[in-house]
Design a protein around this ligand. Structure first.
Ligand SMILES: Cc1cc2nc3c(=O)[nH]c(=O)nc-3n(C[C@H](O)[C@H](O)[C@H](O)COP(=O)(O)O)c2cc1C
Ligand code: SF4
Length: 509
């Protein structure tokens, strides 16, 4: 192939130059076009990194070109309405429609096969009710809180500044303000882009960004100061997230700009590690003490934890400690293994952690068994894009739903899947100014608010159609899944409930 390249190059270059000289000027243009290809070919032959380019100079590069445009080809020409990963075209379309406030109805009936295994539905009532979207709120705050928070049932999940752009954060925050719901900061700290008036849940991960001592420990003084911001309504201590449970992170020094350094409370230009574990505690008792300390430092605002369910016995032990110490968080956010991330190793994203339905059912059952439901609100996240998705999680016991990627779609994400490369083409997940330019904060914030409002409205309609006044009355018995030919099971059959306080009695005996 390489000999052919040299031969072809010689014939083409000398041929076009000769013809250009003796016949037409157009051969000169052809000659000019062929020179760069010749240079590419020479580079290919003399480089040692890529065998395909060395063996097939020039045309070997087509492989990289097609790999580069594969996601676009897949998205625009190959995927069907119900396919498309991680988010199907149908789900992306419904978010866009709700965000833009355009036609939202479906023509001609469902595209789903309702007899297919796995199909999920809810049974309606003969006596539907009309319920108001203003009632779609939940009060968060146990008896330990002096500043409980009234939360919308649908909110923005944790996504830190850095993993998404300053403009995206700004648009999300304004959307939260316009729509009356909360915006979780993610573990990267509170930036000026978060402070446009939307309610905040300040998330604190193992890096304690924004409340961190110089050696990476939790700093109560900085914590108290920021927890008192009026925008901060609740605090979330992150133990793990579904897309990479048990994995820490490293922010390379090159990304630690002056602004990021200030927000996170770290030195400019130095690598910053978020360990996989918390330095501030190493036992259930230590965790509960920290929660109580944070609540006091925050002036009585609700403090919760976020986790993806891992070992079942560990979560049970945590609930036992809550009962023993008579101390608990105000909310627990359960993130499913199907959850999103800016970047995670494949093995963690694909194969670590419990998926949302199983994790949520376990958390709700355990809290119920220990008599802790009610005091502790349960928040769920993991591929919730529509009101029906939200409803199925609420049937399992979630009080509140968080959405990460749904909100990203509303802000303009087109699922180009380049979040980890800093080359997001729509300026959502990049800090490149040239790419962020395309993101118009005012119109996108309106879309975020619209998406929230339309989803909550649709949820109210579904709850009413089932004959209830509030999603809290939806139970596992209301949702059904086809398990096979003519075999249908309710969520109650699949995830049997546990009686309130029933573990407590066993435990106290
Ligand atoms: C770009 C991006 C950044 C994220 N950053 C964080 C984070 O800082 N802290 C966290 O707990 N979860 C983070 N997550 C996970 C989300 O908060 C959420 O738990 C997960 O995406 C599941 O929700 P979804 O399926 O609605 O996206 C991030 C997700 C995405 C997509
Ligand atoms: S459009 Fe941007 S945010 Fe969305 S998937 Fe692609 S890179 Fe990520």
């Amino acid at each position: 192939m390489r000999t052919t390249f040299w031969l072809l190059s010689f014939i083409l270059l000398s041929g076009t130059a000769f013809l250009g000289f003796f016949t037409s000027v157009y051969y000169y243009y052809l000659f000019i076009l062929l020179v760069p290809l010749f240079v590419v070919g020479v580079f290919d032959i003399f480089q040692d990194k890529h065998a395909i380019r060395k063996n097939f100079p020039v045309i070997g590069n087509l492989r990289y070109f097609f790999e580069f445009i594969r996601p676009e080809i897949q998205q625009y020409f190959v995927e069907s309405n119900l396919s498309g990963r991680p988010i199907s075209r149908e789900m992306r379309a419904v978010v866009y429609q709700r965000a833009k406030g355009v036609l939202q109805t479906q023509p001609f009936g469902t595209q789903r096969d309702v007899y297919e295994e796995g199909h999920v539905w809810m049974n309606h009532s003969m006596y539907p009710k009309k319920i108001q979207t203003k009632d779609m709120v939940v009060q968060v705050g146990s008896k330990f809180c002096t500043q409980p928070y009234t939360s919308s049932i649908f909110n923005i999940s944790a996504m830190s500044y850095g993993s998404i752009s300053s403009k995206a954060i700004h648009a999300l925050n304004l959307g939260a303000l316009e729509g009356g719901f909360y915006h979780n900061t993610g573990e990267g700290g509170i930036s000026s882009h978060h402070l446009h008036g939307g309610d905040l849940v300040w998330q604190i991960g193992t890096g304690y960004f924004g409340c961190r001592t110089s050696d990476g420990d939790f700093d109560p003084i900085q914590f108290r100061e920021k927890a008192h911001y009026t925008e901060v309504k609740m605090i979330e201590l992150k133990l793990s997230q579904g897309a990479k449970p048990g994995k820490g992170g490293l922010l390379p020094g090159i990304k630690v700009t002056e602004e990021i350094a200030e927000i996170r409370g770290v030195p400019i230009g130095e690598d910053v590690e978020s360990p996989a574990y918390h330095k501030a505690f190493d036992s259930n008792e230590g965790l509960l003490d920290l929660i109580q300390k944070m609540r006091e430092l925050a002036g009585g605002k609700p403090v919760g934890i976020k986790l993806c369910v891992g070992r079942v016995n560990e979560f049970e032990a945590l609930c036992q400690s809550m009962v023993q110490k008579q101390m608990w968080p105000d909310f627990i956010t359960v993130d499913g293994a199907e959850g999103g991330t800016g970047a995670a190793p494949l093995e963690f994203a694909n194969s670590m952690g419990t998926p949302l339905e199983e994790g949520l059912a376990l958390v709700v059952n355990t809290l119920n068994g220990y008599g802790l439901t009610g005091e502790i609100k349960v928040v769920a996240s993991g591929k919730v894009f529509t009101a029906f998705h939200a409803l199925t999680k609420m049937a399992l016991g979630a009080d509140i739903i968080n959405s990460g990627r749904g909100m990203m779609l509303a802000v303009g994400c087109i699922q180009a899947l380049k979040c980890n490369s800093n080359h997001c083409p729509v300026g959502v997940a990049t800090n490149q100014e040239s790419l962020m330019k395309g993101l118009d904060v005012d119109s996108k914030s309106l879309r975020v608010a619209n998406y929230h409002n339309e989803t909550v409205k649709s949820l109210a309609h579904l709850v009413g159609a089932a004959g209830y006044d509030h999603p809290e009355y939806i139970h596992r018995i209301d949702i059904f899944r086809r398990m096979g030919d003519a075999v249908v099971a309710s969520f109650e059959d699949i995830f049997p409930s546990v009686d309130y306080g029933s573990y407590l009695n066993v435990y106290e005996k």
